[in-house]
Write a protein that binds this ligand. Structure first.
Ligand code: E4P
Length: 226
């Protein structure tokens, strides 16, 4: 399963990249707005930092298919290889996906709240579809179940489209989808930190170090003990 950062703040991205095994970055218009820098200024900085091999997912703003196509052209031109054009899975979005797929763009269908949106986006040529796990939960439905069913639909229909699950609020939601073997998750920096944060583990590691120092002396490690 690929793991991506759902953020556009370069400092946050750098901090996460230093420690976590990360495959790319996803953004959306609200994430860009929160960052307060001009879109292409920050997106180019992110591309430069993550390199041309990593995935960068960037959303169109236009709501009609022709406008989406123009947004996609600019995004692709500015950000280069391995840039995925995020297109909301609306009726106009499906039209844009079909056109852009024919032209060889990588498409991530976004704003996925239902299995049927995902099915149609896959048929229209999306490389990824992004179901919004937590937002689906907030509607009183079940985001994990919806995401698993989308995965099953793709498998049972022989689609090459992969699931890029998004909108997570806790580790359990991510874990359930890792266990199921979906294609990718995109996770905010604070939820990513929560995947490994565990005071019991930290205490166990401290106790190992204390015991070793009892044997070899303060500050000693395998690098400098006798
Ligand atoms: C990804 O495609 C979505 O834009 C994003 O993950 C939504 O996350 P949120 O529900 O935390 O805003």
């Amino acid at each position: 399963m690929k793991l991506m950062i759902d953020d556009a703040n370069l400092e946050n991205i750098k901090k996460i990249y230093e420690f976590f095994p990360i495959d790319g970055v996803t953004t959306n218009p609200s994430i860009l707005a929160k960052n307060k820098k001009q879109p292409f200024e920050v997106l180019k900085e992110i591309r430069e930092f993550i390199g041309s091999e990593a995935q960068l997912h960037v959303q169109v703003i236009a709501e009609d298919a022709d406008g989406m196509r123009q947004d996609a052209d600019r995004i692709q031109k500015e950000l280069g290889n391995n840039t995925y054009i995020k297109i909301p899975a609306t009726k106009e979005g499906l039209k844009a996906m079909k056109m852009l797929y024919e032209e060889g763009f990588f498409i991530t269908a976004t704003a996925i709240y239902t299995q049927m949106q995902a099915f149609l986006a896959a048929k229209a040529g999306a490389e990824y579809v992004a179901p919004y796990v937590n937002r689906i939960d907030n509607l009183g439905a079940n985001g994990i179940r919806t995401t698993k069913e989308i995965y099953d639909i793709f498998k049972n229909n022989g689609f090459k489209t992969k699931v890029l699950a998004a909108s997570f609020k806790n580790s359990q939601q991510v874990l359930e989808l890792c266990t199921y073997g979906i294609g990718a998750c995109t996770v905010s920096p604070d939820v990513l930190e929560g995947l490994i944060k565990n005071d019991t583990v930290a205490m166990a590691v401290k106790a190992f170090a204390r015991d070793f120092e009892g044997l070899c002396g303060t500050g000693k490690t395998m690098a400098n003990c006798n």
